[in-house]
Design a protein around this ligand. Structure first.
Ligand code: BG6
Length: 483
Protein backbone atom coordinates (compact mmCIF):
# COMPACT_ATOMS: atom_id res chain seq x y z
CA UNK A 1 0.00 0.00 0.00
CA UNK A 2 2.85 2.37 0.67
CA UNK A 3 4.53 2.21 -2.67
CA UNK A 4 3.45 3.17 -6.13
CA UNK A 5 2.37 6.41 -7.57
CA UNK A 6 1.48 9.16 -5.11
CA UNK A 7 -0.65 12.14 -6.10
CA UNK A 8 -0.92 14.94 -3.59
CA UNK A 9 -3.64 17.47 -4.34
CA UNK A 10 -3.61 20.76 -2.47
CA UNK A 11 -7.05 22.31 -2.76
CA UNK A 12 -7.01 26.02 -2.04
CA UNK A 13 -3.51 26.13 -3.53
CA UNK A 14 -3.34 29.88 -3.77
CA UNK A 15 -4.45 30.49 -0.19
CA UNK A 16 -2.39 31.45 2.83
CA UNK A 17 -2.31 28.07 4.54
CA UNK A 18 -1.15 26.29 1.40
CA UNK A 19 1.59 28.80 0.71
CA UNK A 20 2.83 29.15 4.26
CA UNK A 21 2.44 25.62 5.58
CA UNK A 22 1.42 22.92 3.11
CA UNK A 23 3.84 23.53 0.25
CA UNK A 24 6.83 24.26 2.53
CA UNK A 25 6.11 21.03 4.43
CA UNK A 26 5.96 19.09 1.15
CA UNK A 27 9.20 20.68 0.03
CA UNK A 28 10.96 19.68 3.25
CA UNK A 29 9.69 16.13 2.88
CA UNK A 30 11.00 16.12 -0.66
CA UNK A 31 14.40 17.44 0.38
CA UNK A 32 14.75 14.70 2.94
CA UNK A 33 13.76 12.02 0.46
CA UNK A 34 10.41 11.11 2.07
CA UNK A 35 8.65 11.90 -1.16
CA UNK A 36 10.46 11.31 -4.41
CA UNK A 37 10.20 12.49 -7.97
CA UNK A 38 10.02 8.91 -9.17
CA UNK A 39 6.62 8.43 -7.56
CA UNK A 40 5.06 11.74 -6.58
CA UNK A 41 3.20 14.46 -8.35
CA UNK A 42 1.68 17.48 -6.65
CA UNK A 43 -1.41 19.21 -7.95
CA UNK A 44 -2.50 22.64 -6.84
CA UNK A 45 -6.22 23.27 -7.30
CA UNK A 46 -8.03 26.58 -6.85
CA UNK A 47 -10.48 28.96 -8.46
CA UNK A 48 -7.93 31.58 -9.52
CA UNK A 49 -6.99 31.35 -13.18
CA UNK A 50 -3.22 31.06 -13.17
CA UNK A 51 -0.62 28.96 -14.99
CA UNK A 52 1.62 26.26 -13.51
CA UNK A 53 4.51 28.70 -13.49
CA UNK A 54 2.53 31.41 -11.77
CA UNK A 55 1.66 29.03 -8.95
CA UNK A 56 5.29 27.91 -8.72
CA UNK A 57 6.44 31.51 -8.51
CA UNK A 58 3.88 32.33 -5.87
CA UNK A 59 5.07 29.61 -3.57
CA UNK A 60 8.78 29.81 -4.38
CA UNK A 61 9.38 32.64 -1.89
CA UNK A 62 7.91 30.57 0.95
CA UNK A 63 10.24 27.67 0.27
CA UNK A 64 13.50 29.54 0.48
CA UNK A 65 14.97 29.65 3.94
CA UNK A 66 17.72 32.21 3.38
CA UNK A 67 20.67 32.18 1.08
CA UNK A 68 20.46 28.84 -0.67
CA UNK A 69 23.44 26.95 -2.05
CA UNK A 70 23.38 25.97 -5.71
CA UNK A 71 22.46 22.37 -4.84
CA UNK A 72 19.52 23.66 -2.81
CA UNK A 73 18.54 25.83 -5.78
CA UNK A 74 18.57 22.76 -7.93
CA UNK A 75 16.44 20.87 -5.40
CA UNK A 76 13.99 23.71 -5.35
CA UNK A 77 13.66 23.81 -9.12
CA UNK A 78 13.18 20.05 -9.28
CA UNK A 79 10.53 20.22 -6.58
CA UNK A 80 8.67 23.04 -8.30
CA UNK A 81 8.63 21.02 -11.51
CA UNK A 82 6.60 18.37 -9.70
CA UNK A 83 3.79 20.85 -9.19
CA UNK A 84 1.01 21.27 -11.66
CA UNK A 85 -1.91 23.63 -11.39
CA UNK A 86 -5.52 22.79 -12.13
CA UNK A 87 -8.12 25.49 -12.13
CA UNK A 88 -11.74 24.89 -11.21
CA UNK A 89 -14.58 25.73 -8.87
CA UNK A 90 -15.25 24.00 -5.58
CA UNK A 91 -18.72 22.83 -6.47
CA UNK A 92 -18.74 22.15 -10.20
CA UNK A 93 -17.88 18.79 -11.72
CA UNK A 94 -15.88 20.20 -14.60
CA UNK A 95 -12.82 21.14 -12.57
CA UNK A 96 -12.82 17.85 -10.69
CA UNK A 97 -13.16 15.81 -13.86
CA UNK A 98 -10.18 17.67 -15.23
CA UNK A 99 -8.29 17.07 -11.98
CA UNK A 100 -9.04 13.36 -12.19
CA UNK A 101 -7.84 13.28 -15.78
CA UNK A 102 -4.56 14.93 -14.82
CA UNK A 103 -4.04 12.59 -11.89
CA UNK A 104 -4.83 9.55 -14.00
CA UNK A 105 -2.37 10.60 -16.69
CA UNK A 106 0.28 11.00 -14.06
CA UNK A 107 -0.55 7.56 -12.66
CA UNK A 108 -0.31 5.94 -16.04
CA UNK A 109 3.05 7.54 -16.72
CA UNK A 110 4.44 6.56 -13.31
CA UNK A 111 2.85 3.15 -13.13
CA UNK A 112 3.92 1.87 -16.50
CA UNK A 113 5.39 -1.14 -14.72
CA UNK A 114 2.30 -1.68 -12.58
CA UNK A 115 1.82 -0.44 -9.03
CA UNK A 116 -0.84 0.95 -6.80
CA UNK A 117 -2.08 4.48 -6.80
CA UNK A 118 -2.36 6.70 -3.79
CA UNK A 119 -4.36 9.91 -3.79
CA UNK A 120 -4.10 12.42 -1.01
CA UNK A 121 -6.43 15.42 -1.04
CA UNK A 122 -5.43 18.23 1.28
CA UNK A 123 -8.28 20.67 1.85
CA UNK A 124 -6.55 23.96 2.63
CA UNK A 125 -9.98 25.59 2.39
CA UNK A 126 -12.64 27.16 4.55
CA UNK A 127 -14.90 24.51 6.08
CA UNK A 128 -17.96 25.94 4.34
CA UNK A 129 -16.80 24.24 1.14
CA UNK A 130 -15.74 20.91 2.71
CA UNK A 131 -19.03 19.16 1.92
CA UNK A 132 -19.16 20.19 -1.74
CA UNK A 133 -15.46 19.56 -2.35
CA UNK A 134 -15.61 16.17 -0.62
CA UNK A 135 -18.58 15.21 -2.72
CA UNK A 136 -16.77 16.15 -5.91
CA UNK A 137 -13.73 14.13 -4.85
CA UNK A 138 -15.95 11.20 -4.00
CA UNK A 139 -17.79 11.38 -7.31
CA UNK A 140 -14.94 12.08 -9.68
CA UNK A 141 -11.50 11.69 -8.19
CA UNK A 142 -11.28 8.46 -6.22
CA UNK A 143 -8.49 5.99 -6.76
CA UNK A 144 -9.68 3.50 -9.35
CA UNK A 145 -6.64 1.30 -9.61
CA UNK A 146 -7.33 -2.44 -9.62
CA UNK A 147 -3.96 -2.92 -8.05
CA UNK A 148 -4.94 -1.31 -4.77
CA UNK A 149 -3.89 1.94 -3.13
CA UNK A 150 -6.05 4.48 -1.40
CA UNK A 151 -7.77 7.85 -1.34
CA UNK A 152 -7.45 10.03 1.77
CA UNK A 153 -8.60 13.50 2.62
CA UNK A 154 -7.01 15.91 5.06
CA UNK A 155 -9.15 18.61 6.65
CA UNK A 156 -8.14 21.58 8.71
CA UNK A 157 -9.84 23.24 11.59
CA UNK A 158 -12.13 25.07 12.23
CA UNK A 159 -14.15 21.91 11.97
CA UNK A 160 -17.57 23.36 12.73
CA UNK A 161 -18.53 26.23 15.01
CA UNK A 162 -20.28 24.32 17.74
CA UNK A 163 -21.50 20.83 18.53
CA UNK A 164 -24.38 20.80 16.05
CA UNK A 165 -22.53 22.28 13.11
CA UNK A 166 -19.52 20.01 13.71
CA UNK A 167 -21.75 16.94 13.90
CA UNK A 168 -23.51 17.97 10.72
CA UNK A 169 -20.20 18.36 8.95
CA UNK A 170 -18.99 15.04 10.33
CA UNK A 171 -22.13 13.29 9.07
CA UNK A 172 -21.78 14.83 5.64
CA UNK A 173 -18.17 13.70 5.36
CA UNK A 174 -19.01 10.39 7.01
CA UNK A 175 -21.41 9.58 4.20
CA UNK A 176 -18.69 10.08 1.65
CA UNK A 177 -15.60 8.68 3.33
CA UNK A 178 -14.72 6.12 5.97
CA UNK A 179 -13.22 7.39 9.20
CA UNK A 180 -9.99 5.66 8.08
CA UNK A 181 -9.83 7.97 5.08
CA UNK A 182 -10.36 11.22 6.98
CA UNK A 183 -7.40 12.98 8.59
CA UNK A 184 -8.47 15.91 10.78
CA UNK A 185 -5.32 17.93 11.34
CA UNK A 186 -4.56 19.67 14.58
CA UNK A 187 -1.04 20.86 13.99
CA UNK A 188 -0.26 21.02 17.70
CA UNK A 189 -0.22 17.24 17.63
CA UNK A 190 2.72 17.44 15.25
CA UNK A 191 4.91 19.54 17.55
CA UNK A 192 8.01 17.82 18.88
CA UNK A 193 7.28 18.33 22.54
CA UNK A 194 3.66 17.43 22.21
CA UNK A 195 4.72 14.17 20.59
CA UNK A 196 7.09 13.70 23.49
CA UNK A 197 4.34 13.77 26.10
CA UNK A 198 3.44 10.09 26.00
CA UNK A 199 7.10 9.09 26.19
CA UNK A 200 7.72 11.40 29.11
CA UNK A 201 4.74 10.21 31.02
CA UNK A 202 4.85 6.51 30.37
CA UNK A 203 8.53 5.75 29.91
CA UNK A 204 9.83 7.46 33.04
CA UNK A 205 9.55 5.94 36.46
CA UNK A 206 9.96 9.43 37.96
CA UNK A 207 6.59 10.53 36.82
CA UNK A 208 4.47 7.44 37.21
CA UNK A 209 3.72 7.70 40.93
CA UNK A 210 3.52 11.50 40.98
CA UNK A 211 1.17 12.16 38.10
CA UNK A 212 -2.09 12.44 40.00
CA UNK A 213 -4.26 14.44 42.37
CA UNK A 214 -2.22 13.42 45.42
CA UNK A 215 0.81 15.30 44.17
CA UNK A 216 -0.21 17.74 41.49
CA UNK A 217 -1.84 20.99 42.56
CA UNK A 218 -2.75 22.35 39.15
CA UNK A 219 -1.87 22.20 35.47
CA UNK A 220 -1.67 25.17 33.14
CA UNK A 221 -1.59 24.97 29.37
CA UNK A 222 -0.75 28.37 28.01
CA UNK A 223 -0.58 29.84 24.53
CA UNK A 224 0.48 33.44 23.99
CA UNK A 225 1.10 35.41 20.85
CA UNK A 226 2.67 38.84 20.76
CA UNK A 227 0.76 39.89 17.66
CA UNK A 228 -2.91 40.51 17.02
CA UNK A 229 -5.25 39.26 14.34
CA UNK A 230 -3.95 41.61 11.65
CA UNK A 231 -4.80 40.36 8.20
CA UNK A 232 -7.10 37.63 9.52
CA UNK A 233 -9.64 39.77 11.35
CA UNK A 234 -12.55 38.60 9.23
CA UNK A 235 -11.92 34.92 9.96
CA UNK A 236 -10.99 35.47 13.56
CA UNK A 237 -13.98 37.62 14.42
CA UNK A 238 -16.28 34.82 13.42
CA UNK A 239 -14.43 32.25 15.53
CA UNK A 240 -12.60 33.85 18.46
CA UNK A 241 -9.78 32.50 20.59
CA UNK A 242 -11.72 29.58 22.05
CA UNK A 243 -12.57 28.06 18.67
CA UNK A 244 -9.22 29.08 17.20
CA UNK A 245 -6.88 27.74 19.88
CA UNK A 246 -8.46 26.40 23.06
CA UNK A 247 -11.11 23.94 21.85
CA UNK A 248 -8.57 22.22 19.63
CA UNK A 249 -4.85 22.87 20.21
CA UNK A 250 -4.88 23.29 23.98
CA UNK A 251 -7.52 20.66 24.59
CA UNK A 252 -5.54 18.12 22.60
CA UNK A 253 -2.51 18.87 24.76
CA UNK A 254 -4.66 18.50 27.87
CA UNK A 255 -5.73 15.04 26.70
CA UNK A 256 -2.13 13.88 26.41
CA UNK A 257 -1.26 15.30 29.82
CA UNK A 258 -4.26 13.77 31.54
CA UNK A 259 -5.00 10.48 29.78
CA UNK A 260 -4.45 7.03 31.21
CA UNK A 261 -1.80 4.76 29.75
CA UNK A 262 -3.06 3.32 26.47
CA UNK A 263 -3.07 -0.44 25.98
CA UNK A 264 -0.52 0.01 23.19
CA UNK A 265 0.72 2.68 20.83
CA UNK A 266 -1.85 1.76 18.23
CA UNK A 267 -3.66 4.93 17.12
CA UNK A 268 -7.05 3.58 18.17
CA UNK A 269 -5.80 2.74 21.65
CA UNK A 270 -4.36 6.21 22.12
CA UNK A 271 -7.43 7.93 20.79
CA UNK A 272 -9.70 5.80 22.97
CA UNK A 273 -7.91 7.13 26.05
CA UNK A 274 -8.10 10.73 24.84
CA UNK A 275 -11.84 10.46 24.32
CA UNK A 276 -12.27 9.20 27.89
CA UNK A 277 -10.53 12.30 29.24
CA UNK A 278 -12.77 14.58 27.22
CA UNK A 279 -15.86 12.73 28.33
CA UNK A 280 -14.79 13.15 31.96
CA UNK A 281 -14.58 16.95 31.76
CA UNK A 282 -17.30 18.58 33.85
CA UNK A 283 -19.42 21.42 32.47
CA UNK A 284 -17.45 24.66 32.66
CA UNK A 285 -18.44 26.99 35.46
CA UNK A 286 -18.79 30.56 34.20
CA UNK A 287 -17.18 31.63 37.49
CA UNK A 288 -14.02 30.03 36.21
CA UNK A 289 -13.81 31.89 32.92
CA UNK A 290 -12.17 35.21 32.09
CA UNK A 291 -12.45 36.58 28.58
CA UNK A 292 -10.57 39.50 27.09
CA UNK A 293 -10.41 41.53 23.92
CA UNK A 294 -7.37 43.68 23.21
CA UNK A 295 -7.83 47.37 22.73
CA UNK A 296 -7.70 48.29 19.07
CA UNK A 297 -8.99 44.90 17.88
CA UNK A 298 -12.12 46.51 16.49
CA UNK A 299 -10.12 49.09 14.51
CA UNK A 300 -9.57 46.39 11.90
CA UNK A 301 -12.00 47.16 9.06
CA UNK A 302 -12.88 43.46 8.72
CA UNK A 303 -14.00 43.28 12.36
CA UNK A 304 -17.45 44.41 13.42
CA UNK A 305 -17.61 47.57 15.60
CA UNK A 306 -19.90 45.67 17.96
CA UNK A 307 -17.69 42.60 18.14
CA UNK A 308 -18.00 40.54 21.31
CA UNK A 309 -15.30 38.11 20.16
CA UNK A 310 -12.68 37.20 22.74
CA UNK A 311 -9.03 37.43 21.69
CA UNK A 312 -8.02 36.14 25.12
CA UNK A 313 -9.48 33.53 27.43
CA UNK A 314 -8.60 31.72 30.61
CA UNK A 315 -10.82 28.75 31.31
CA UNK A 316 -10.58 26.24 34.15
CA UNK A 317 -11.51 22.66 33.27
CA UNK A 318 -12.21 20.02 35.88
CA UNK A 319 -11.74 16.35 35.11
CA UNK A 320 -14.06 14.10 37.02
CA UNK A 321 -12.11 10.90 37.48
CA UNK A 322 -10.04 9.07 40.02
CA UNK A 323 -6.74 10.56 38.92
CA UNK A 324 -7.71 14.20 38.58
CA UNK A 325 -10.65 15.02 40.83
CA UNK A 326 -9.96 18.43 42.39
CA UNK A 327 -7.02 19.39 40.12
CA UNK A 328 -7.77 22.46 38.01
CA UNK A 329 -6.57 22.35 34.41
CA UNK A 330 -6.20 25.97 33.44
CA UNK A 331 -6.25 26.66 29.71
CA UNK A 332 -5.14 30.10 28.72
CA UNK A 333 -4.70 31.63 25.28
CA UNK A 334 -4.36 35.14 23.99
CA UNK A 335 -3.43 37.28 21.04
CA UNK A 336 -1.52 40.58 21.28
CA UNK A 337 0.08 39.70 24.60
CA UNK A 338 3.56 40.42 25.94
CA UNK A 339 5.32 37.40 24.43
CA UNK A 340 5.04 34.48 22.02
CA UNK A 341 5.18 31.28 23.98
CA UNK A 342 3.34 28.03 24.49
CA UNK A 343 3.95 25.90 27.52
CA UNK A 344 2.59 23.31 29.88
CA UNK A 345 3.17 23.96 33.58
CA UNK A 346 2.55 21.18 36.03
CA UNK A 347 2.66 22.55 39.54
CA UNK A 348 3.15 20.18 42.45
CA UNK A 349 1.70 20.53 45.92
CA UNK A 350 3.69 21.91 48.84
CA UNK A 351 5.96 19.52 50.70
CA UNK A 352 4.18 18.41 53.86
CA UNK A 353 6.00 19.16 57.14
CA UNK A 354 8.39 21.60 55.50
CA UNK A 355 11.37 22.00 57.84
CA UNK A 356 13.21 24.43 55.57
CA UNK A 357 10.37 26.88 55.35
CA UNK A 358 10.95 26.79 51.61
CA UNK A 359 7.36 27.49 50.81
CA UNK A 360 8.33 31.06 50.16
CA UNK A 361 10.67 29.82 47.39
CA UNK A 362 7.75 28.39 45.53
CA UNK A 363 6.65 24.92 44.58
CA UNK A 364 8.13 22.24 42.41
CA UNK A 365 7.04 22.81 38.89
CA UNK A 366 7.62 20.82 35.74
CA UNK A 367 7.50 22.99 32.65
CA UNK A 368 7.39 21.81 29.07
CA UNK A 369 7.98 24.64 26.66
CA UNK A 370 6.43 23.76 23.34
CA UNK A 371 7.76 26.88 21.64
CA UNK A 372 9.79 28.84 20.94
CA UNK A 373 13.06 27.17 21.93
CA UNK A 374 11.73 23.79 22.92
CA UNK A 375 12.73 22.86 26.43
CA UNK A 376 11.65 21.17 29.59
CA UNK A 377 12.75 22.08 33.04
CA UNK A 378 11.98 21.20 36.61
CA UNK A 379 11.93 23.81 39.27
CA UNK A 380 13.53 22.40 42.36
CA UNK A 381 14.37 23.76 45.75
CA UNK A 382 18.09 23.37 46.44
CA UNK A 383 20.53 24.58 49.03
CA UNK A 384 21.91 27.95 48.22
CA UNK A 385 25.59 27.26 47.51
CA UNK A 386 27.74 28.76 50.24
CA UNK A 387 28.21 28.66 53.97
CA UNK A 388 24.66 29.48 54.98
CA UNK A 389 21.92 26.85 55.11
CA UNK A 390 19.36 28.61 53.01
CA UNK A 391 17.33 27.44 50.05
CA UNK A 392 16.76 28.75 46.57
CA UNK A 393 14.82 27.60 43.58
CA UNK A 394 16.79 26.34 40.62
CA UNK A 395 16.13 24.44 37.41
CA UNK A 396 17.06 21.07 36.04
CA UNK A 397 17.05 22.14 32.47
CA UNK A 398 16.83 20.25 29.19
CA UNK A 399 16.94 22.82 26.44
CA UNK A 400 16.71 21.20 23.06
CA UNK A 401 18.85 23.87 21.37
CA UNK A 402 21.77 22.92 23.63
CA UNK A 403 21.21 19.23 24.10
CA UNK A 404 20.38 18.34 20.50
CA UNK A 405 22.46 20.86 18.61
CA UNK A 406 22.78 18.75 15.49
CA UNK A 407 19.15 17.82 15.18
CA UNK A 408 16.78 20.08 13.35
CA UNK A 409 13.30 19.79 14.71
CA UNK A 410 10.75 19.10 12.00
CA UNK A 411 7.83 21.40 11.43
CA UNK A 412 4.51 20.08 12.71
CA UNK A 413 2.96 20.05 9.25
CA UNK A 414 5.86 18.11 7.79
CA UNK A 415 5.42 15.31 10.26
CA UNK A 416 1.66 15.21 9.96
CA UNK A 417 1.63 15.13 6.18
CA UNK A 418 4.09 12.26 6.30
CA UNK A 419 1.71 10.46 8.66
CA UNK A 420 -1.15 10.91 6.21
CA UNK A 421 0.96 9.34 3.48
CA UNK A 422 1.94 6.47 5.78
CA UNK A 423 -1.61 6.00 7.00
CA UNK A 424 -0.90 6.67 10.65
CA UNK A 425 -3.89 8.35 12.31
CA UNK A 426 -2.44 8.55 15.81
CA UNK A 427 -1.89 12.30 15.65
CA UNK A 428 -5.21 13.13 14.04
CA UNK A 429 -8.52 13.87 15.67
CA UNK A 430 -11.13 11.13 15.53
CA UNK A 431 -14.79 11.96 15.05
CA UNK A 432 -15.84 11.05 18.59
CA UNK A 433 -12.96 13.09 19.99
CA UNK A 434 -14.09 16.09 18.05
CA UNK A 435 -17.65 15.68 19.26
CA UNK A 436 -16.56 15.41 22.88
CA UNK A 437 -14.39 18.52 22.48
CA UNK A 438 -17.30 20.54 21.14
CA UNK A 439 -19.54 19.26 23.92
CA UNK A 440 -17.25 20.88 26.47
CA UNK A 441 -17.17 24.32 24.92
CA UNK A 442 -20.49 24.72 23.12
CA UNK A 443 -22.60 26.02 26.06
CA UNK A 444 -20.01 28.67 26.82
CA UNK A 445 -19.57 29.62 23.17
CA UNK A 446 -23.30 30.11 22.80
CA UNK A 447 -23.27 32.43 25.80
CA UNK A 448 -20.53 34.49 24.14
CA UNK A 449 -22.32 34.49 20.78
CA UNK A 450 -25.48 35.70 22.48
CA UNK A 451 -23.59 38.46 24.29
CA UNK A 452 -24.25 37.01 27.76
CA UNK A 453 -20.55 36.68 28.43
CA UNK A 454 -18.42 39.67 27.56
CA UNK A 455 -14.69 40.05 27.10
CA UNK A 456 -12.80 42.52 29.28
CA UNK A 457 -10.53 45.03 27.54
CA UNK A 458 -6.76 44.64 27.84
CA UNK A 459 -3.80 46.55 26.51
CA UNK A 460 -1.94 45.04 23.57
CA UNK A 461 1.47 43.91 24.79
CA UNK A 462 0.19 43.20 28.31
CA UNK A 463 -0.42 39.92 30.18
CA UNK A 464 -4.13 40.14 29.40
CA UNK A 465 -6.86 41.21 31.85
CA UNK A 466 -5.73 41.27 35.50
CA UNK A 467 -8.82 39.22 36.33
CA UNK A 468 -7.17 36.23 34.63
CA UNK A 469 -4.32 36.29 37.14
CA UNK A 470 -6.86 36.51 39.94
CA UNK A 471 -8.65 33.47 38.55
CA UNK A 472 -5.34 31.61 38.41
CA UNK A 473 -4.63 32.42 42.04
CA UNK A 474 -8.14 31.35 43.01
CA UNK A 475 -7.62 28.07 41.22
CA UNK A 476 -4.58 27.54 43.43
CA UNK A 477 -1.69 28.47 41.18
CA UNK A 478 1.21 29.83 43.20
CA UNK A 479 3.52 32.16 41.31
CA UNK A 480 7.10 30.93 41.60
CA UNK A 481 10.34 32.77 41.11
CA UNK A 482 12.85 32.19 38.34
CA UNK A 483 11.73 31.67 34.77
C1 BG6 B 1 -3.55 28.40 14.21
C2 BG6 B 1 -4.43 29.54 14.59
O1 BG6 B 1 -4.26 27.19 14.27
O2 BG6 B 1 -2.45 28.34 15.10
C3 BG6 B 1 -3.67 30.84 14.61
O3 BG6 B 1 -5.50 29.63 13.67
C4 BG6 B 1 -2.41 30.73 15.44
O4 BG6 B 1 -4.48 31.89 15.12
C5 BG6 B 1 -1.62 29.49 15.07
O5 BG6 B 1 -1.64 31.89 15.22
C6 BG6 B 1 -0.49 29.26 16.04
O6 BG6 B 1 0.30 28.21 15.60
P1 BG6 B 1 1.79 28.08 16.10
O7 BG6 B 1 2.25 26.77 15.56
O8 BG6 B 1 2.53 29.26 15.55
O9 BG6 B 1 1.74 28.13 17.59
Amino acid sequence: QDTGCLSIVVLGASGDLAKKKTFPALYNLYRQGFIQSSEVHIFGYARTKISDDELRNRIRGYLIHGKESSSQDEDLSKFLQLIKYVNGSYDGEEGFRLLDKEISEHEISKNSHGGTSRRLFYLALPPSVYPSVSKMIRNYCMNKSDLGGWTRIVVEKPFGKDLDSAEELSSELGELFDEKQIYRIDHYLGKELVQNLLVLRFANRFFLPLWNRDNIANVQIVFREDFGTEGRGGYFDEYGIIRDIIQNHLLQVLCLVAMEKPVSLRPEHIRDEKVKVLQSVLPISMEEVVLGQYEGYKDDSTVSDQSNTPTFATVVLRIHNERWEGVPFILKAGKALNSRKADIRVQFKDVPGDIFKCKKQGRNEFVIRLQPKEAMYMKLTVKQPGLEMSTIQSELDLSYGQRYQDVSIPEAYERLILDTIRGDQQHFVRRDELKAAWEIFTPMLHKIDEGELKPLPYKPGSRGPAEADELLAKAGYVQTHGY
